[in-house]
Design a protein around this ligand. Structure first.
Ligand SMILES: Nc1nc2c(ncn2[C@@H]2O[C@H](COP(=O)(O)OP(=O)(O)OP(=O)(O)O)[C@@H](O)[C@H]2O)c(=O)[nH]1
Length: 405
């Protein structure tokens, strides 16, 4: 008889959001399930493990609590995670594996650990386990403070290493945009209308996930155990901005609490200097923006653009197909029907396409001001390579290069 694969649930969420509280609550209501728990802590002392040992009611004889400390299972300690999960699965003593990631961990690499074979170690966890559910916990009370802080993990002494330059807000977005279940915890600390607004924003950022409100981690264990919700491809394409990109233009939407999204799309290039000035006066109502940009001064390269709160990332994303040698371009157009369908007779695939998600955005004003950054008819006749271009040449954060705040 084929042995069934052991289900796994992973809890992610920024520091202090309530992961351990939720884990303990679920363990105390696990209805006879034999659970193995893996707790990851950045520091040497695994405080969460102690809290679970004291509060989770794990049976000492039947169950196991594994500590992976002094690093992060999404990067430096990925191998430890692989080995521990492999061992637990092979022991065949448990019904379930519950993993608490560190607050600064990213969910995608953890999910990949369960989805793809690890060539180096020769371990294929997908043979042994079934990733059931990726959970992200959001601290409803601190969300906007963290989101708009403009701080990096290094600023807060929470970085994985000295080269970990991630912004707190980018981490929050990564965790929200890749999950199956999103738990808004600490709902007791937020006024009802603010909760409604936050829930609306989270739904826009992550429309696919099941959204649950919680106080002190009190959820139904069935919300995160044996859900069968995880699907790597679906999760990877579930971000709100991606869904918005795919929508047919002019899809009507109902606006609640002023939360809205739209796509800015123009088959004309931006003047780099005017666009930079526009970005320096970034409208604060825009919570999240993401897309591709076409700068006149870089006619061969598509630029990828990503903003979350005060963090703005910008950098080359690769050649426009229109800039490739004739033969290569023809081949790609032949192969890719979508590309050929959208091909513009003059500019090819060059385009400005950016999704904006925000609260009380002045859409008309944003569109009009961005239109003002496009090349004028007169500029279109000039040598585009001579326009002053203040953007960085490699993928970087604009804040660092240009002191944007
Ligand atoms: N008021 C309130 N406090 C909560 C709630 N949930 C958790 N807390 C408290 O928030 C603090 C952090 O909770 P934890 O469960 O340790 O958070 P965590 O995500 O595991 O934290 P790290 O492991 O440091 O990343 C604790 O003091 C909890 O008691 C809640 O819903 N409301």
């Amino acid at each position: 008889m084929m042995k069934s694969k052991i289900p796994v649930t992973v809890l992610s969420g920024y520091l202090g959001s309530g992961k351990t509280t939720i884990l303990n609550h679920v363990l105390n209501n696990r209805q006879g399930l034999k659970v193995a728990v893996i707790v990851n802590d950045l520091s040497e002392v695994n405080i969460d493990a102690d809290l679970i040992r004291d509060g989770g009611g794990l049976s000492r004889t039947n169950e196991e609590l594994i500590e992976i400390s002094n690093g992060c299972i999404c990067c430096t300690l990925r191998e430890d995670l692989l080995r521990e999960v492999q061992r637990l699965a092979k022991e065949n003593r448990f019904d379930y594996i519950l993993i608490e990631s560190t607050g600064v961990g990213e969910p995608i690499p953890v999910a990949q650990t369960f989805t793809y074979i690890d060539e180096e170690q020769g371990i294929d966890l997908s043979e042994l386990c079934r990733l059931d559910c990726m959970v992200t916990v959001v601290d409803a009370y601190r969300f906007w403070t963290d989101f708009s802080s403009g701080e990096t993990l290094l600023d807060r002494g929470q970085a994985v290493g000295d080269d970990d330059t991630r912004d707190v807000v980018d981490l929050l977005i990564d965790q929200i945009e890749f999950c199956d279940v999103l738990i808004m915890n600490k709902c007791d600390m937020v006024a009802p209308d603010e909760l409604e607004e936050l829930e609306g924003v989270l739904r826009k950022l992550q429309p696919r996930a099941k959204l649950i409100r919680a106080i002190k981690g009190q959820i139904e264990p069935a919300d995160i155990l044996n859900t069968r919700l995880f699907d790597f491809d679906a999760a990877s394409t579930s971000a709100g901005w991606m869904k918005e990109m795919e929508k047919p233009a002019h899809t009507p939407e109902t606006e609640e609490y002023g939360i809205a999204s739209f796509v800015y799309e123009r088959v004309e290039p931006f003047h780099p200097e005017r666009l930079m000035t526009w970005m320096e006066e970034w409208p604060v109502e825009i919570v999240r923006a993401k897309g591709m940009m076409w700068l006149a001064s870089r006619n061969d390269f598509a630029q990828s653009f990503s903003q979350a709160g005060p963090s703005i990332q910008f950098g080359p994303a690769g050649y426009w197909v229109a800039a490739l040698p004739e033969a290569e371009r023809a081949e790609l157009l032949q192969e890719d029907k979508e590309l050929s369908k959208q091909w513009d007779p003059i500019s090819g695939d060059r385009i400005n396409k950016v999704v904006f998600i925000g609260i009380e955005m002045n859409k008309e004003q944003i569109i009009a001001s961005l239109d003002g950054c496009l090349l004028t008819d007169n500029e279109k006749q000039q040598d585009w390579t001579r326009f002053a271009d203040p953007f960085p040449n490699s993928a970087s954060e604009l804040k660092e290069v240009f002191n944007l705040t």
